[in-house]
Design a protein around this ligand. Structure first.
Ligand code: PFF
Length: 449
């Protein structure tokens, strides 16, 4: 078997991990959840969860990954041989596969919208709702885009850790930040800026119920890519000098800033066009926003054109840097467990995800009638991962690090062999041991009822 890869630099680690975290979850899912769940109130709850619950899970994953230097299944085998903890690893691989399947479908839609923007098709004054529904229920078109997108992430993962994941993250992430910056400037110059900011900044706590709280934690875990072992896999490629605590904090800050900034891009734009609603659900960026771009286009054509093209390119880039991390969870597992070459393992994952993704894509068209518990396949995959596997994985991962691994070993990883602040490490150990598992458990049990 080829030797294990390793990230070559600290900036490579931060950009790759932030690349995994920043994705459709920030730019598509977060504004959707904010729009449906009370604006600023949801954001406040969300940010609390990011730092008190999801950050400790991320750190726990870093500890497991770096100390085992293995894929997410073998990590548990290595650190706790012969125990059922390995099931947590298998759950992670399964969840990685489920997320990548439905995620690639939305990424494929994004690709379609990027192409449409490029060809000026979003600016001709159409009925965007009807067009979106016709597109996603088409029996073939979404499958073509799904295949194209999966192939893109396949090509990156196949090249390995340094010349694939790290190399591409290093240029895609800065590009993504530049695009965000330009889009914020565009959006803040639109007439709905005051209403948009009011919606984002004024909390309505009457909307915060248990299911909303569960959505917020699901969103926090989804957005930071924690709870399914993605960060275990990435951390298994960290070098011994990589400082875990500051890196995890950096990734959380970058991810939260991008999520909130997406709100600054989307809501002022939506409030600028009379008659559009912020709680449009998943269609927000595919139905509501094209109306905004269209309105901008009819006033100043170059602005509308650049705004829409950049927006969908941004979504696509963000989706790609995240999808490679999910692909990597499964590829690393198959490569190391079954001894297949990385290339072959990547192909197995790509093909399996195409099958899973096709089932999700078709659940908007020919498979629409197929429902389980009232949910179509796409909604079921989304629900199972964000509201079930991720919180449950988060509980198990923090319990493993907080109670099962030897405390000395965990503290050694957190302080990086005594070179980082012991006080900070102790604080995080407390969060990992008590706050995160208890907090997530309470929300999980109440939210599911
Ligand atoms: N964090 C990604 C996003 O916000 O789009 C989604 C994601 C990536 C979830 C990797 C899970 C994962 F393992």
């Amino acid at each position: 078997m080829e030797s294990r890869g390793r990230f070559s630099s600290r900036i490579g680690v931060i950009l790759a991990s932030a690349g995994s975290a920043v994705g459709l979850g920030n730019i598509w899912r977060f504004p959707t959840e904010v729009g449906q769940n009370g604006g600023a109130a949801f954001i406040l709850v969300y940010v609390g969860f990011v730092f008190f619950l999801a950050l400790p899970v991320m750190l726990s994953e870093f500890v497991i990954g770096r100390s085992s230097k293995s894929n997410t299944v073998d990590a548990y085998r290595m650190l706790s041989p012969g125990t059922p903890w390995v099931i947590t690893g298998f759950m992670g691989v399964l969840a990685g596969f489920l997320v990548l399947s439905f995620y690639s479908v939305v990424a494929g839609w994004t690709m379609h919208y990027a192409v449409s923007s490029l060809l000026c098709r979003l600016s001709a004054g159409h009925d965007f709702g009807a067009e979106f529904n016709a597109f996603i229920s088409h029996p073939l078109l979404p499958l073509g885009y799904l295949a194209a997108f999966l192939l893109l992430s396949h090509l990156v993962v196949e090249r390995g850790v340094q010349s694939g994941i790290e190399r591409y993250s290093k240029w895609m992430m800065p590009l993504l930040f530049i695009i965000i910056f330009v889009l914020v400037a565009c959006s803040l110059s639109m007439p709905g800026v005051a209403d948009g900011l009011r919606f984002l900044l004024r909390p309505d706590f009457s909307k915060v119920t248990w299911p909303v709280v569960l959505s917020a934690i699901g969103q926090a875990f989804f957005s930071l890519s924690v709870g399914i072992g993605c960060m275990i896999t990435y951390a298994s490629y960290f070098g011994p000098r990589m400082r875990l605590v500051p890196s995890a904090i950096h990734v959380c800050i970058i991810d939260t800033l991008v999520a909130v900034t997406s709100g600054f891009i989307i809501f002022p734009a939506v409030f600028s066009v009379p008659g559009l609603s912020v709680d449009a659900g998943p269609g927000l960026v595919f139905i509501t926003l094209p109306n905004v771009f269209n309105a901008a286009f009819s006033q100043i054509p170059p602005v509308g054109y650049v705004f829409s093209l950049l927006f969908y390119v941004l979504l696509l880039l963000a989706a790609l840097t995240s999808s490679i991390s999910m692909h990597e969870i499964c590829t690393a597992f198959i490569h190391e467990k079954y001894g297949l070459s990385r290339r072959r393992a990547a192909w197995v994952v790509t093909l399996l995800c195409f099958v899973g993704g096709a089932a999700c894509a078709l659940s908007f068209g020919p498979l629409r009638g197929l429902t389980i518990h009232g949910m179509g396949i796409f909604a079921l995959f989304d629900y199972l991962t964000a509201k079930f596997f991720m919180p449950l994985g988060g509980i198990l991962i923090t319990l493993f690090v907080g109670w099962k691994m030897p405390r000395m070993r965990v503290m050694d990883e957190l302080t990086n062999g005594g070179t980082c602040s012991r006080l900070l490490a102790q604080l995080f150990f407390f969060l990992i041991r008590w706050v995160a598992p208890l907090g997530v458990c309470i929300i999980f049990v109440n939210g599911l009822r």
